[in-house]
Design a protein around this ligand. Structure first.
Ligand code: AMP
Length: 117
């Protein structure tokens, strides 16, 4: 799998506003925020899409969610609420082919998210 921009962020080859890092994942601010808080939580292991998640990746994928909840508590919006989203492939709106959880918070988010494009 070719390197994506997120591999370059993990390797510190390009800058990012990193808010959390541990052995398995990295979280940083989205460059084009869609909410007052918009973070991306990515595994250090490069997995292209949800379709490529293997059973041995269960720990790392579960860790993305527990990290989202930890960040939400640490940043103080866990009780008000937030949304996590992972897009898959073209129709899902995926642009970067290294799986990532979008963590959106800081305002009442619209639902459903569907918008004609
Ligand atoms: P997706 O469409 O689900 O693949 O989301 C990709 C996200 O990555 C978008 O929300 C972009 O704004 C974001 N993004 C792209 N490049 C960067 C970057 N260099 N630093 C931070 N966020 C980025």
């Amino acid at each position: 799998m070719p390197d994506t921009i997120f591999t370059k962020i993990i390797n510190r080859e390009i800058p990012a506003d990193i808010v959390h890092e541990d052995d398995l994942c990295l979280a940083f601010k989205d460059i084009n925020p869609q909410a007052p808080v918009h973070l991306l939580i990515i595994p250090k292991k490069a997995i292209a899409t949800i379709n490529d998640i293997a059973s041995e990746d269960r720990e790392v994928v579960g860790h993305l969610f527990t990290t989202a909840a930890k960040i939400a508590k640490d940043m103080g919006f866990a009780e008000d609420g937030y949304r996590v989203v992972m897009n898959c492939n073209k129709n899902g709106g995926q642009e970067v082919y290294h799986i990532h959880l979008h963590l959106l918070a800081g305002k009442r988010l619209g639902w459903p998210p569907y918008r004609e494009i």
